[in-house]
Design a protein around this ligand. Structure first.
Ligand SMILES: Cc1cc2nc3c(=O)[nH]c(=O)nc-3n(C[C@H](O)[C@H](O)[C@H](O)COP(=O)(O)OP(=O)(O)OC[C@H]3O[C@@H](n4cnc5c(N)ncnc54)[C@H](O)[C@@H]3O)c2cc1C
Length: 595
């Protein structure tokens, strides 16, 4: 049986020592009351819910999966419904929602911590409230007053849940191809017809009603992505007074049988003239949906941080217990039949890789979450817009870098268990299977890389990247003079210079041939991911060095992880940069018919 202990010490380190979250939040009028004690209390409770309620259902969910019944209704695995009821009773769905709709009005940062722990505990279960929160965000930003009145309180309380319905059989990445139709009706509503596939949490038994956010085309719509509109389609129609009416014409046609996240219902959803209402302006649906998609991209990053952490915890515990072979340096536990495998250098590499990816991801994701709070709430317009630029730039990196790393980390976690990792009962193979989808949905990692390099870096002539570079430059200047920081600052400065050079080089090549962007994007995003981790690990090392005389072994461990990161993981960038520079020629040389 796997185990999970919420990593409260490291969470608190990132919040209080790295980000000084309470001070940063004090600058935001909405959060002046959010002090350290409040933060600590909430994250402890979040960790308790995750480890005591959601975690025990993780393997059950994987084994049982969801069930579709003859009438099209779907039930979730044993215990999922009761856990959801507890979640709702605890007020968790409302944590960071607008008080005007019954929310508790706390910072996004705290939801990010909550979602890390929930995803470590049970990614499949967490997707039900996770998607609802995305639907809340989207309707809060773009819904009409009536939609807000009808839906937001119910989503905030958790009585109802939400979904995002984009994908169709012939249209995934290229949403411009979508065909679902929306016909205007005399009363101002729309009749929605079409088939959506792969819809997470599309139907289930956790809540009374489900509000589907559906992309569809109006009859006069322009072709391509400029002609897509967004609609709310409730599972049960909702009367003007907010009460639930008859079933809408939207049903789950089937459940997908899939590699992982078995506890989450991935549905084919049939819309047969279902009644919907327009969200935002006609043909501007993608803009509105982007609110949900961006939230979901950070959410997928948190899924991956969660899995990285839990895989690490279990493989570290196993490596201390499992006895095989002797240390190359001579027996470390001569009283035992063999040494624990943690003595072996390569087992340590696997453990430290997971640990560094977990700690790097936590620092990065929480930092971005705090930026979102700043972007939404800072009184100074210039600070808000500068921070918004950073969030825009970094979102695809959170999505792709964290999810790629989580697949590596869960895989290394499994490998630490040897053959036992491949056996279901230990739980490690489930983490690998669950982690795999995160690289695909919410826009594949290739698409995130193209978004970063093509749109966010080259698309604005490097302005956002330069702003980000200045944050790193300031830190290098400040710390570069300190001898004990040199082991971190030198490689950080080196990778920062290389990213700048690489960006210019690809930009020049791209002017002659657009395929150069496609050829370089994936290694480019990973390189930028490493630049960010190098910066954050250097900052964390600085704090650890300042506390080196402390009795708390936490700082010693932090320093050791940072050193491992710089020695063993950052050097991957040498290869990545070569790959990015190698360009498109060898990729495009082979005629398609010869594949
Ligand atoms: C379990 C699961 C849950 C999901 N949940 C939801 C959900 O809740 N709502 C929803 O709407 N969708 C959902 N999806 C769909 C998911 O978002 C899509 O699968 C994903 O966006 C990719 O689309 P596709 O599968 O059609 O792949 P395609 O778009 O066909 O892509 C195939 C491959 O081609 C690559 N590719 C495509 N275009 C380019 C390009 N221009 N340059 C380089 N490479 C390219 C892709 O990266 C990919 O590797 C889910 C999918 C799964 C499997």
């Amino acid at each position: 049986m796997p185990q999970y202990n919420p990593p409260l010490r490291d969470i608190q380190f990132v919040l209080h020592e790295l980000l000084n979250a309470d001070k940063a939040l004090a600058d935001l009028p909405a959060y002046t009351e959010v002090d350290k004690d409040t933060i600590n209390q909430i994250i402890e409770e979040a960790g308790k819910f995750a480890s005591e309620v959601a975690f025990p259902l993780n393997q059950i969910g994987d084994q049982e999966g969801c069930t579709r019944h003859a009438d099209g209704s779907v039930t979730t695995p044993t215990g999922f419904k009761e856990a959801y009821q507890q979640y709702v009773a605890g007020g968790w769905p409302a944590l960071t929602c607008d008080p005007a709709f019954g929310g508790q009005g706390l910072p996004v940062l705290l939801n990010t911590v909550l979602y890390e722990t929930l995803n470590s505990a049970n990614q499949s279960w967490t997707m039900y409230p996770g998607l609802s929160h995305g639907a809340y965000d989207c309707l809060h930003a773009h819904g009409t007053d009536i939609q807000k009145k009808l839906y937001l309180e119910k989503l905030v309380s958790g009585q109802w849940t939400g979904t995002m319905c984009l994908t169709e059989p012939h249209c995934g990445t290229d949403l411009g191809l979508l065909q679902t139709k929306a016909e205007p009706l005399a009363d101002g509503t729309y009749s929605i017809t079409g088939t959506k596939i792969f819809i997470s949490s599309g139907d289930h038994d956790l809540a009374q009603n489900i509000i589907h956010l559906v992309l569809a085309r109006l009859p006069d719509s322009p072709k391509g992505s400029k002609g897509i509109s967004l609609f709310t389609v409730p599972k049960y129609q909702v009367h003007a007074d907010g009460s639930m009416g008859k079933a809408n014409a939207v049903t789950c046609g089937s459940l997908e049988h899939k590699m992982g996240i078995h506890g989450n219902a991935t549905c084919v959803m049939n819309f047969d003239g279902a009644i919907g209402t327009l969200v935002g302006e006609p043909h501007k649906g993608l803009n509105a949906m982007f609110v949900m998609m961006n939230a979901a991209r950070l959410g997928v990053g948190m899924q991956s941080l969660g899995l990285t952490e839990v895989a690490y915890q279990n493989s570290a515990a196993y490596a201390k217990e499992r006895l095989q072979m002797r240390s190359l340096a001579g027996a470390k536990a001569p009283e035992k039949v063999a040494d624990p495998i943690i003595v072996h250098p390569d087992v340590r590499r696997m453990l430290l890789t997971q640990r560094a990816y977990a700690e790097g991801a936590r620092a990065f994701a929480y930092w971005v979450a705090l930026m979102i709070d700043t972007e939404l709430n800072h009184p100074d317009e210039k600070v808000r817009s500068d921070t918004a630029d950073m969030v825009t730039l970094l979102t695809p990196v959170v999505k792709a870098f964290l999810t790629d790393n989580a697949f590596t980390a869960t895989n290394e976690g499994l490998q630490v268990f040897g053959g036992h990792g491949y056996i279901a009962e230990w739980g490690m193979e489930q983490y690998v299977r669950d982690a795999r989808i995160n690289m695909i949905y919410e826009g594949t990692n290739t698409i995130q890389s193209l978004d970063l390099l093509g749109r966010k870096v080259l698309g604005d002539m490097g302005k956002k990247l330069t702003k980000f570079g200045k944050i790193i430059e300031a830190f290098i200047e400040e710390e570069g003079v300190r001898k004990e920081m040199q082991e971190f600052i030198d490689p950080l400065a080196d990778i920062a210079t290389k990213v700048e050079k690489l960006t210019k080089e690809i930009g020049m090549k791209a002017m002659m041939n657009h395929e150069e962007v496609g050829a370089a994007a994936v290694p480019y995003l990973r390189t930028v991911g490493h630049l960010i981790y190098a910066y954050l690990f250097a900052r964390m090392a600085k704090i650890a060095l300042a506390n080196k005389k402390s009795d708390d072994p936490f700082y010693q461990a932090k320093l050791a992880t940072a050193r491992f990161y710089f020695d063993k993981l950052l050097p991957e960038t040498a290869m990545l940069i070569r790959q990015a520079r190698a360009g498109s020629k060898s990729l495009m040389a082979m005629p398609a018919e010869l594949f």
